[in-house]
Ligand binder design. Structure first.
Ligand SMILES: Cc1cc2nc3c(=O)[nH]c(=O)nc-3n(C[C@H](O)[C@H](O)[C@H](O)COP(=O)(O)O)c2cc1C
Length: 157
């Protein structure tokens, strides 16, 4: 497996979609927070999903998730998927992206340039008392803190 990227700007500037569920029942949303590296001697990606997101239910329920990266030309689609909820309608159809099963248990997109297929290894709510003040004031005034999902990268497509 090989992945080359400017890791410090990858999520922040390029964004990604995190998707959980099966082709029959999945949800996806845009993320710009995440990390990649090594944990327990395995290649991992960590993403942060707030409990209020519809995607959170799918992340909790399913053993696999994918993280997909796209060319700049899909930024508008990612903007839409990050501003509408799958609870309120078929935002994927509206985005113009084409979902596809990347395994029996994971969904990605035809248009993605890279897709990480991840097996969930850890799901843990961030402890509000452990979050630094600057982040507490900016991100957690009204909503519960993100859940951290660590996935072992099983394949890079
Ligand atoms: C550029 C961008 C980055 C985002 N990053 C995150 C993130 O890292 N974590 C998160 O919980 N929400 C993030 N969001 C917000 C969700 O994508 C957004 O609330 C989405 O509509 C949730 O959809 P859902 O309810 O269908 O899950 C981001 C939104 C945008 C536009």
């Amino acid at each position: 497996m090989n992945f080359t990227a400017d890791i410090l700007t990858l999520f922040d500037e390029k964004w990604a979609l995190v998707t959980a569920g099966t082709k029959e029942s999945f949800n996806t949303m845009t993320i710009s927070w995440g990390e990649m590296g090594t944990l327990w001697s395995k290649p991992v990606v960590t993403v942060y999903v707030k409990p209020v997101r519809y995607t959170h239910e799918f992340m909790e329920k399913n053993e696999y998730f994918t993280v997909s990266f796209f060319d700049e030309k899909y930024k508008k689609a990612l903007g839409l998927l990050g501003s509408r909820s799958g609870r309120d309608g078929d935002k994927v159809a509206e985005s113009g992206l084409t979902p596809k099963a990347v395994s029996d248990v994971a969904v990605g997109f035809e248009e993605a340039e890279r897709t990480l297929v991840c097996r969930k290894a850890l799901s843990q709510d961030l402890d509000i008392n452990a979050i630094p003040d600057f982040a507490k004031e900016t991100y957690y005034k009204t909503e519960a803190p993100h859940t951290m999902f660590v996935g072992v990268i099983e394949a890079i497509l």
